[in-house]
Design a protein around this ligand. Structure first.
Ligand code: HSE
Length: 323
């Protein structure tokens, strides 16, 4: 990662008591074949967060909509990263974070990452961008640890950098932004909750060499497809022979959704993160809407409540909307 992509232009630190508002977007982790190493940022949905600079070394969490979020900072996905951040800052500095949670926890579209990334980007803005993007990812991963027991960056990195990111390594952190083509994304979120920790627990700990060969062929193909804007290559690389066969049993209607969406013209897709949301990539908006209609028909027939989104790839990541 070159320094220019990593640095955020410095500003003067804000006065104590200043408040910044941020939009923290949803993300799709894994992108089917890239378990824990690929992620993509979306324009919709977003959490809204307000972060206030305090003059004492403490973190206060407020759940604005009465959503039952843990309010102990060490147990909160926005709080834990800020605890790490203030421990690396000299002086008496803290933050009060008000979270309007719009991305449902357990949805598979990066709810915990949005809280963590939104908190650190907003806090860093108040500090005059004291920290680099890579530092922010490092802090925000503490939020993922709270949420799922494991530090993974495939939601956090695209949420902070925008676009599509490859996390080549987390020890040491090595984040590679991948040029993202202008694709449409359709998401269906069946209204069941899949906890990331549970969805990780059921995975086999070993893979067969023949499966690994297929998987890394697909990962390389997908990245090449994004860089070359080769839609056919993207489509045939959206295949996961390791994780999806195990996790898809947790998602009612998964196989049918995938098959029918491709028949409706989607390039391909699969489980978003650890599920239960399913995402599909399409070359244009009419196709993405046709794909949405297929998803709706299937879940109406199954009789399971759902939310759908038709959106595009967000090249910016967390956005400061008021300061
Ligand atoms: N890579 C993580 C997983 C993402 O699939 O468990 C969780 O959103």
């Amino acid at each position: 990662m070159n320094e220019q992509q990593n640095e955020i232009p410095a500003q003067s630190p804000k006065d104590r008591g200043s408040i910044v508002k941020v939009l923290a977007p949803a993300t799709v982790a894994n992108l089917v074949c890239g378990f824990d190493v690929l992620g993509m940022c979306l324009h919709e949905p977003n959490d809204l967060m307000e972060i206030k600079l305090l003059d004492e070394k403490k973190i206060i969490i407020i759940s604005a909509d009465g959503y039952p979020l843990p309010l102990d900072p060490a147990q909160n996905t926005a709080g834990a990263p800020l605890v790490e951040m203030i421990n690396e800052m000299p002086g008496n500095i803290g933050f009060e974070v008000t979270i309007h949670k719009k991305i449902k926890p357990g949805s598979g579209i990066g709810s915990s990452a949005a809280s963590a990334a939104g908190a650190v980007v907003g806090a860093n803005h108040l500090l005059g961008n004291f920290f680099s993007k890579q530092d922010l990812v490092r802090f925000a991963m503490f939020g993922e640890k709270v949420a799922s027991g494991v530090k993974h960056a495939d939601n956090i990195a695209p949420c902070i950098y925008g676009g599509i990111t490859l996390i080549r390594s987390i020890h040491p952190l090595d984040i590679v932004p991948i040029p993202a083509p202008e694709l449409f994304v359709t998401i269906v979120h069946p209204q069941i909750e899949v906890r990331t920790s549970d969805a990780r627990q059921i995975l086999r700990k070993e893979v067969l060499l023949k499966d690994a060969i297929k998987q890394w062929g697909n990962i390389a193909g997908l990245v090449a497809g994004f860089i070359q804007n080769d839609l056919a290559l993207i489509g045939r690389s959206l295949e996961d022979v390791i994780i999806e066969p195990v996790r898809s049993i947790l998602i009612p209607g998964f196989d049918e959704v995938k098959l029918m969406c491709k028949q409706a013209g989607a390039l391909g897709g699969g489980i978003s993160g650890s599920g239960p949301s399913i995402f599909m990539l399409s070359k244009d908006e009419p196709t993405a809407i046709a794909v949405e209609n297929v998803m709706k028909e299937i879940y109406n027939r199954i009789g399971l409540d759902y939310h759908t989104y038709v959106t595009t790839i967000n090249q910016t990541g967390v956005t400061i909307i008021d300061n």
